[in-house]
Design a binder for this molecule. Structure first.
Ligand code: PGA
Length: 241
């Protein structure tokens, strides 16, 4: 039985003061649902220190090596040592801005898993790719190459159409469900993951007022949320609280 999961991706946002305010509000609200948050790497310790037990803290990226001469990179071993429980890999911003390749991402996924970090592996198509009918080819390639040789139950997939991220334009529940159904079928037929047990999150302008409808679709197991996860009231609102 798959659970519903909400993961906040704070990207390069939030000051230390914002984080303190977030948890002050959460703690005053008796919020006990399981919640995952990925702050900037520099704020991971702060979150681990402040977050109540129902929160898991994770990173937005990590290296494909544990240590060595990789100036500016984040070691998966150090993330684990610090108390992180998961890492987001292959976000469309990492793919587009930082030019992360399928091969590099596959190495990162494997290295994170070896370090006992859960992996949220992101996939998604651009508007141009959707409109030119390439959606299944694009998502299929991202899944096949990024998850090659990966069979771990610690992998979660996040489908985030690039055109819906930070734009206020959300895929309709029907559009999202159709794509999630494809992703689950593809996982079953073309990868080594247990497709029925793998959580597939939707991401892209999820907000308190559209979360319930999206998360109630058969193949949507929750959300990866940016903007609407920054303020505690809005984050808890994603749970209908
Ligand atoms: P958004 O971002 O919710 O602000 O659209 C989602 C994401 O990039 O993970």
């Amino acid at each position: 039985m798959r659970k519903t999961l909400v993961v906040g991706n704070w990207k390069m946002n939030q000051s230390l003061g914002d984080i303190e305010a977030f948890f002050t509000t959460v703690k005053a609200s008796n919020f006990t649902d399981e919640a995952w948050i990925a702050p900037q790497a520099l704020h991971l310790s702060k979150l681990i220190e402040l977050a109540p037990k129902n929160f898991k803290t994770g990173a937005q990226n990590c290296s494909y090596e544990n240590s060595g001469a990789f100036t500016g990179e984040v070691s998966p071993t150090s993330l684990k040592e610090l108390g992180c429980e998961f890492v987001i890999l292959g976000h469309s911003e990492r793919r587009a801005i930082f030019k992360e390749t399928h091969e590099e991402l596959n190495l990162k996924v494997k290295k994170a898993l070896v370090n006992n970090l859960k992996v949220i592996f992101c996939i998604g198509e651009t508007l141009e790719e959707r409109e030119s009918g390439k959606i299944e080819a694009v998502l299929g390639e991202q899944l096949k190459k990024g998850l090659q040789g990966v069979s771990s139950s610690d992998v979660i997939v996040a489908y985030e159409p690039v055109w819906a991220i930070g734009t206020g334009v959300t895929a309709t529940p029907a559009q999202a469900q159709e794509t999630h159904e494809f992703v689950r079928k593809f996982l079953k037929e073309e990868t080594e993951l247990n497709a029925e047990e793998t959580l597939i999150l939707y991401g892209g302008s999820v907000k308190p007022d559209n979360a319930k409808e999206l998360f109630s679709c058969a193949d949507i197991d929750g959300g990866l949320v940016g903007g609407a996860s920054l303020k505690a009231e809005s984050f808890m609102g994603l749970y209908g609280k």
